[in-house]
Design a protein around this ligand. Structure first.
Ligand code: HEC
Ligand code: CU
Length: 340
């Protein structure tokens, strides 16, 4: 009976150890591995989980075995044998955990060192955080974006800071997390390895909108061609509507013919476009009861519809309607109407 109990407990313990190793190696609860770091970190994580599973099951198994094997027999009310301790056992169960901790320490250090190897010509992205949004700036371009576009396979050097309180830049799929601290610039190197769209989260409780910081921005890892195309298109349109309008005003060549103080334009072929919305200003001629937005839009799409007094018809290009997409036209019109 006693030998059988022992056999069963040993078998069950061995089974649980094997099960622990299998779970640690085969059950993946982690998000997708989307960076070179992710693969390294997951290997380390699996090794630690495997070790922990084996130790847990071994200790609990031995405990269970002892409870069953050495439990007090029925009717035995005597004391247990006095035991003084066991020096060999003490040394063994101190040395083994110490060794495990040292090995994991070295392994972790190697993973960290391997993740921070600098590659040549990284893409620099400035990460700015504020309550409660992320913005990503691409130095050398005018691009400021709330979505983080990255080309696959090229190392990215993030320079992370905050405009107000402490936030934490966290992309679970990259297995990275770095504090964004006001007045400081933190560096983080990441090489994306997998195309896809992933969330950007904030890992530092930063105020009532903290959770929203995980909803507003995405990481979009794409091919280099797609990234370059996005960069070119995004370069034209800053996030701020006034800046975007100014950019479009210049991009479509309006300064060649129009003066506009805000855009530093001094063209004289057409009327100056400052204070378009002022009912008593120089553009009062055209208002005639028309909504000012509709009027400006009409002036751009169909310049001949109403001719500004003192200026000639037929000079302003008539093809802006086909060249300027509707969303950009709306931004441009809003910008012009907002000028004082
Ligand atoms: C080649 C010169 C030329 C270019 C380029 C040009 N315009 Fe004009 N624009 C004119 C002239 C000339 C007029 C006055 C005649 C008229 O009203 O059609 C005018 C009129 C206007 C008016 C009406 C002003 C008023 O007092 O009623 C608006 C608004 C305007 N342009 C906006 C633009 C915008 C925006 C762009 C760029 C997308 C642009 N123009 C590009 C020559 C130009
Ligand atoms: Cu935050």
């Amino acid at each position: 009976m006693k030998e059988r109990t022992l056999l069963v407990v040993v078998l069950v313990t061995a089974l649980l150890v094997v099960a622990g190793i299998w779970v640690a190696q085969n059950v993946n609860l982690m998000p997708a591995e989307a960076s070179t770091r992710a693969a390294l970190v997951d290997q380390l994580f699996r090794a630690m989980l495997g070790l922990a599973a084996v130790i847990f099951l071994l200790v609990e198994g031995l405990l269970l075995f002892s409870v069953l094997r050495f439990r007090q027999p029925r009717g035995d009310d005597g004391d247990a044998l006095p035991v003084h301790g066991n020096r060999a056992l003490e040394i063994v169960w101190t040395l083994i955990p110490a060794l495990i901790v040292i090995v994991i320490g070295f392994y972790s250090f190697r993973v960290l060192a391997a993740s921070e190897i600098r590659e040549e010509n990284p893409l620099v992205v400035n990460v700015r955080s504020r309550q409660f949004a992320w913005t990503f700036e691409y130095p050398g371009t005018s691009v400021i974006s709330s979505d983080l576009h990255l080309p696959v396979g090229r190392q990215v050097r993030f320079l992370i800071t905050s405009d107000d309180v402490i936030h934490s830049f966290w992309v679970p799929e990259f297995r990275v997390k770095r504090d964004a601290t006001p007045g400081q610039m933190a560096e983080l190197l990441v090489t994306p390895t997998r195309e896809g769209t992933y969330p950007v989260r904030c890992a530092e409780l930063c105020g009532v909108g903290h959770a929203a910081m995980g909803l507003s921005s995405r990481v979009i890892v794409e091919s280099d061609e797609a990234f370059q195309a996005w960069l070119t298109q995004a370069a034209a349109l800053p996030a701020d509507p006034i800046e975007a309008g100014r950019t479009l005003f210049k991009r479509y060549g309006c300064p060649a013919c129009h003066a506009l103080a805000d855009a530093g334009a001094a063209g004289v072929v057409g009327p100056a476009l400052d204070s378009l919305a002022d009912p008593n200003g120089p553009h009062a001629h055209a208002h005639g009861g028309m909504d000012i937005r509709a009027l400006v839009e009409q002036s751009v799409l169909d310049p001949s519809a109403a001719i500004a007094p003192g200026f000639a018809d037929g000079l302003m290009p008539k093809d802006f309607g086909t060249r300027i997409p509707a969303n950009e036209l709306a931004i441009l019109v809003d910008y012009l109407v907002a000028q004082k």
